[in-house]
Design a protein around this ligand. Structure first.
Ligand SMILES: Nc1ncnc2c1ncn2[C@@H]1O[C@H](COP(=O)(O)OP(=O)(O)OP(=O)(O)O)[C@@H](O)[C@H]1O
Length: 616
């Protein structure tokens, strides 16, 4: 019944902070077209208003007109007061997300009547009183999040088959019920609880004292043994490392700091090295048995940097100059280590020192020249290369803003620069164009390693795809063996990539841009998920708008575009290669759906949001 749900929504809207701006409440307007309102057969089945700065109490009576609700999401607002009792009338509710508000009072008993509930999240509120034992009636419940409230008393035995559970940060005491003993320690921390998985309860400890002493002694003995074995092993390792480093240092005449692994999200996977090595490229050339001079003039043949086009910014330089550059490790990737090198004349380049190149010089030149010939505004240009028997160096333009991965996941703290919708969609389009160009060079040309750490950003945040064409240069030991969240399911052999596998990886990258979540293979935690599977499950559960990155939710005007891009991402990440679109089609679809937003990108001031909530 639309008329009653309409008045219910208007009263909710005016009660919670007067945010009527969210909904067009003019006469005859259908609430089903209002943003955040989801309908099925004219009945309101979803209310999705996360992060809208709503405040105040929800008046009683609103929910009695919304009894078809299946999903209620009001998370990340400032709503307060008791939950209205008529929420208990919404017996169709499956998902309740009320976390990160200021709701108070006791957890209402009426929840136990919502028999269809699958997810209940009341975390980070001011709920007090005890955890109602009647929650055990919710036989379909899979997620129960009650952490960071003021709950006290005992934890009741719920005997539910929960996948996700957390009551940490309350004032609960007593023993943990057996049915919850398999939950992780973190689910109970910050209470006065005892028993498995936490420490044994005091009363029980006395009874088990003797057994405890015996077991304790055995465990202690085993521990001491393990420590001895570990310490001896470490000492041995250190000795062998010391020999290696000593011999390298002797050859080079200076210390090489330890290299940082690439893709280190904490440091943004980029530029986190912080140390500077004099002429790190020289280090690259000084391999056992070859001195620098021999290498450069080995056997009378002068090895040179071979440039494509007219150098970097019109400047060319020779190997000697590169060797004199001060360098900094950017990270270690699949194909070798990347350095930032600043030359005396001020030119900054990125140098990649390839490892495990199996090709002979002629074949290497042929392949690398094909890479050097690739020219597109969304690809990182290869400017020069150096080939000798023991060293292969590639010189690229240095991208000062780092990788998309670093930008999306690097700095979660305050002061983080959020990526607005216009920027995200223009990055999506740029990357799609770069890959489409690669694919247009031949049906057998594919990238093979598309991921957000291989999308680098220029100063004005234009995306450039890197690392293309390198997989063909190196041996199998350098191909990415780790199963990663970007790899298409049919790619069982990492070197057997295809254009359709690139489309899959691009689909995952789109999902990453839209959800703000980093993909990993397994369903791990909030930080890493099997993105295609996660998104599909969420969309199937009718809570599609829950998918998007919180930072995107303020761009109400672009919701339609976001949903369409999400659909495209899901199409790209289809399980079967044949059902995925081609990159050319993908580019066209993004051009069509994002063109209004992307036009705004021409104004550089729209790139970055101030994150002060003013545009919400
Ligand atoms: N041209 C460049 N300009 C600036 N930073 C770069 C450049 N090329 C690479 N980097 C940075 O150097 C680091 C290592 O890059 P590299 O390409 O070697 O590995 P990766 O992309 O992390 O992994 P993989 O080799 O599996 O693709 C990354 O953090 C990357 O962002």
């Amino acid at each position: 019944d639309l008329s009653s749900s309409r008045s219910a929504l208007i009263s909710l809207s005016s009660a919670v902070g007067g945010r009527t701006i969210l909904w067009n409440t003019s006469s005859n307007s259908n609430p089903c077209s209002w943003s955040g309102v989801q309908c099925k057969n004219d009945a309101v089945i979803g209310l999705h208003l996360p992060g809208f700065s709503l405040s105040g109490e929800i008046p009683t009576g609103v929910f009695s007109n919304l009894t078809s609700l299946a999903t209620l999401s009001l998370r990340f607002n400032e709503l307060s007061g008791n939950l209205p009792s008529d929420l208990g009338l919404c017996s169709e509710l499956r998902n309740i997300y009320l976390q990160d508000n200021k709701f108070g009072g006791e957890i209402p008993e009426f929840f136990s009547g919502l028999k269809n509930l699958v997810r209940l999240n009341l975390a980070n509120n001011n709920f007090s009183g005890e955890v109602p034992g009647s929650l055990r009636n919710l036989s379909r419940l899979k997620t129960l999040y009650l952490q960071e409230n003021n709950l006290r008393g005992f934890m009741p035995e719920l005997k539910l088959d929960l996948d996700q559970f957390n009551v940490s940060g309350n004032n609960l005491n007593g023993s943990i019920p057996v049915s919850l003993s398999s939950m992780p320690v973190t689910a109970f921390q910050g209470n006065k609880l005892c028993g498995k998985p936490l420490q044994i309860c005091p009363g029980l400890a006395a009874g088990g004292a003797i057994a405890g002493i015996v077991i304790g002694a055995v465990v202690a003995f085993a521990l001491i043994l393990m420590i001895i074995v570990f310490v001896c092993g470490k000492k041995r390792n250190k000795e062998s490392n010391a020999v290696d480093l000593a011999s390298i240092n002797k050859q080079l005449g200076f210390d090489i700091p330890e290299e940082k692994p690439a893709g280190d999200v904490e440091n943004g996977g980029y530029g986190g090295g912080g140390y500077s090595v004099p002429a790190v490229a020289a280090a690259a050339l000084a391999t056992p048995g070859h001195t620098k001079a021999e290498e450069v003039n080995g056997g009378g043949v002068t090895k040179k940097l071979v440039f494509f086009g007219n150098g970097i910014g019109g400047k060319m330089f020779d190997l000697e100059e590169l060797l004199r550059a001060s360098a900094e490790v950017l990270g270690k990737g699949t194909f070798g280590t990347a350095y930032k090198a600043v030359m005396e004349m001020g030119t900054v380049v990125a140098v990649k020192r390839l490892k495990d190149v199996i090709l002979g010089e002629v074949e290497f030149k042929e392949k690398i020249e094909a890479v050097g010939a690739m020219e597109h505004e969304n690809l990182v240009p290869l400017r020069a290369y150096y080939y000798s028997r023991d060293e292969k160096l590639l010189v690229f333009d240095y991208m000062p803003t780092g990788s998309l991965s670093a930008f999306l996941h690097g700095n979660k703290g305050a002061g983080r620069t959020p990526l607005n919708w216009e920027l995200r969609s223009s990055i999506a389009l740029g990357v799609a164009r770069g890959i489409t160009y690669l694919h247009s060079r031949g049906s057998d040309v594919s990238h093979g390693n598309i991921k957000s750490s291989n999308v680098l950003l220029t100063k004005s945040y234009e995306p450039r795809v890197s690392d293309f064409g390198l997989a063909q240069l190196v041996g199998p030991s350098s191909t990415p063996t780790r199963v990663n969240g970007y790899r298409a399911p049919e790619v069982t052999e990492p070197r057997k990539v295809s254009q359709k596998a690139d489309v899959y990886s691009f689909g995952v990258l789109l999902l990453e841009l839209l959800t703000g979540k980093a993909p990993t293979h397994a369903l791990l935690n909030e930080e890493g998920v099997d993105l295609p599977r996660w998104v599909q499950s969420v969309v199937k559960d009718d809570w599609a708008s829950e998918v998007f990155d919180l930072e995107l939710l303020r761009y109400q005007h672009a919701e339609e575009e976001m949903v369409q891009l999400l659909q495209l991402a899901v199409d790209c990440a289809a399980q079967y290669p044949d059902t995925r679109p081609s990159m050319l089609e993908v580019t066209k679809r993004i051009e069509e759906l994002c063109s209004p937003s992307i036009r705004e990108v021409n104004d550089p001031t729209t790139f970055i949001d101030t994150d002060d909530g003013s545009s919400r």
